[in-house]
Design a binder for this molecule. Structure first.
Ligand SMILES: [Fe+2]
Ligand SMILES: [Fe+2]
Length: 238
């Protein structure tokens, strides 16, 4: 599998996992009795993620990928953090992680669309970019609703020690010394230069995600990405 095929194969799996995880979260939100508008928005997110998985798979075939079953590990189709915790707390984790992921996905797909010249790659990136903007808004709205339901102190007590973990992928990303350079043709299928990919994800965390957690009152205003990176390192040692 070449790098273009691998990118869209992996993206299709990521979208499928997102469908599973957002549907598990939606079930929790229904059991918690969140307002119907938010539940309907949640159902739309699940529908969108299923569609994203399908169109990324079509794009994988379009770039010459082999048609075959693409198994996903069952463990990737369930939320795995704090499995014994009650649903009202697991829902905070699910919404917090989704808020981080959707915020970063938006920057990544904006960059994919800027690079894409292949018409099908452009179409796929346009659809996903448009949808991820609504998913990001949804995830932050769910967090707000959970704060309204459970109180800021309770949500902060649960969320605060976990924020660094939710951002672990973006805080610890390290580039290998010999990252491949993509050709203009590869970029034209929606790939992104490796260095700018990681730089962009980190910038999104600093400029978008951390300030939003701060404005919700879940993170102290002085905290930076480097502080969270240190917390994560301490967490991993302990
Ligand atoms: Fe998606
Ligand atoms: Fe999404």
């Amino acid at each position: 599998m070449n790098v273009v095929q691998y990118t869209w194969h992996r993206q299709s799996r990521t979208e499928y996992m997102a469908a599973a995880l957002t549907s598990q979260m939606l079930h929790w939100l229904i059991t918690l009795g969140l307002n119907p508008d938010l539940l309907v928005r949640g159902a739309r997110v699940v529908r969108d993620e299923i569609r994203h998985a399908a169109i990324c798979h079509e794009l994988y075939l379009h770039v010459g990928g082999e048609a075959k079953q693409m198994p996903v590990k069952p463990s990737q189709l369930w939320h795995s953090d704090d499995p014994k915790a009650p649903v009202h707390l697991r829902a905070i984790t699910a919404a917090g992680e989704l808020a981080c992921e959707e915020s970063v996905a938006l920057s990544v797909f904006r960059a994919r669309l800027e690079n894409a010249t292949d018409p099908m790659a452009r179409e796929v990136c346009e659809v996903i970019l448009r949808d991820e903007a609504t998913h990001r808004a949804y995830a932050w709205s769910v967090l707000e609703a959970l704060i309204a339901l459970q109180g800021l102190d309770a949500v902060r007590d649960w969320a605060r020690p976990r924020i660094a973990w939710w951002l672990r992928i973006y805080l610890t990303a390290k580039l290998r010394p010999n990252e491949p350079e993509y050709s203009p043709e590869q970029l034209g299928f929606g790939l992104i230069d490796r260095r700018s990919h990681w730089t962009m994800m980190r910038a999104t965390v600093e400029e978008d995600v951390i300030p939003r957690f701060q404005s919700l009152g879940l993170l102290e205003s002085s905290v930076t990405g480097s502080d969270l990176e240190r917390e994560l390192a301490a967490m991993r040692q302990g």
